[in-house]
Design a binder for this molecule. Structure first.
Ligand code: HEC
Ligand code: HEC
Ligand code: HEC
Length: 188
């Protein structure tokens, strides 16, 4: 059983931790430094960030989500954030270029038109560039998608079950609720 004194002690401890966590959060919401994004991110993981005079720069590396563009559903539009230069994801945690297999060093920026099986739904455009900015070819090829337009039997039920596009969308990429971000071909 907890004695009343121990209880008070525990409650005070929890209150202190909560207060600390709250200050941490508000610090993370600070705006990015004024000279961002020119800042040279060439640090080893865990190394202090320094300003141009070599003095430790305590400002956070993270950008507040509130500063990022959103789509018509209010979800962060990561594609636009990259295109507008608001974020510039590194190729690796260390900042060094990753070593790629010959398969992954290929480039491919074509958009793939995926015709809709059902007339009432607009066709889908799969944009490669928007994906290869984040992912290697081998993340998708050949396990999730065949490397040939129209060769993968993609269904919406499958996507909702976490297959095909649903391996990422609804999980780490924008949710499938946003139908027309994928079914984006204008209809006649
Ligand atoms: C992440 C991309 C993505 C999103 C978001 C998405 N779809 Fe799809 N959907 C596809 C792809 C790819 C196909 C396969 C090609 C086709 O048949 O249109 C598909 C197929 C379909 C089909 C054709 C029949 C079937 O079962 O395959 C329907 C209907 C459909 N989607 C409805 C929807 C609706 C409604 C939403 C929003 C609630 C939605 N989709 C959101 C990618 C998406
Ligand atoms: C996020 C998943 C994803 C990534 C990453 C990806 N692809 Fe694809 N790729 C697709 C999909 C989806 C298709 C269409 C498949 C289908 O319709 O069956 C496709 C089709 C292709 C095609 C066939 C195009 C055509 O017109 O027939 C080629 C070539 C291709 N990808 C090359 C690449 C290369 C090279 C990379 C890396 C630079 C890459 N892909 C990265 C998903 C991806
Ligand atoms: C391996 C993970 C993965 C798979 C599989 C995947 N996506 Fe994505 N997709 C992403 C990520 C990551 C983004 C960027 C973040 C975001 O927009 O939410 C993205 C963004 C997009 C965008 C927005 C592009 C832009 O310019 O903003 C579209 C459209 C899209 N995906 C369609 C599809 C369709 C259609 C499929 C299936 C044929 C698919 N994706 C499969 C990870 C994936």
């Amino acid at each position: 059983m907890l004695t009343p004194r121990l209880k008070t002690f525990l409650i005070a401890g929890i209150a202190l931790l909560t207060a600390l966590a709250a200050t941490e959060c508000s610090a993370a919401m600070d705006p990015a430094p004024a000279d961002w994004p020119d800042y040279e991110y060439n640090r080893a993981p865990g190394e202090f960030k320094r300003n141009r005079y070599g003095i430790i720069d305590p400002s956070p590396d993270v950008v507040s989500l509130q500063q990022l563009p959103v789509d018509s559903y209010g979800f962060v539009d990561w594609g636009k954030a990259i295109r507008d230069g608001i974020i510039a994801p590194r190729d690796s945690i260390s900042g060094k270029p990753p070593r790629l297999s010959p398969e992954d060093s290929q480039t491919f920026s074509g958009d793939v038109l995926i015709k809709s099986k059902m007339k009432f739904m607009p066709d889908v455009i799969f944009p490669h560039t928007a994906h290869t900015e984040w992912l290697k070819c081998s993340v998708c090829h050949p396990k999730i998608f065949k490397k040939k337009a129209g060769a993968t039997p993609i269904t919406m039920a499958g996507i909702w079950n976490g297959q095909f596009c649903g391996r990422c969308h609804d999980k780490v990429a924008f949710p499938t609720r946003n139908c027309f971000k994928c079914h984006s071909v204008p209809r006649q």
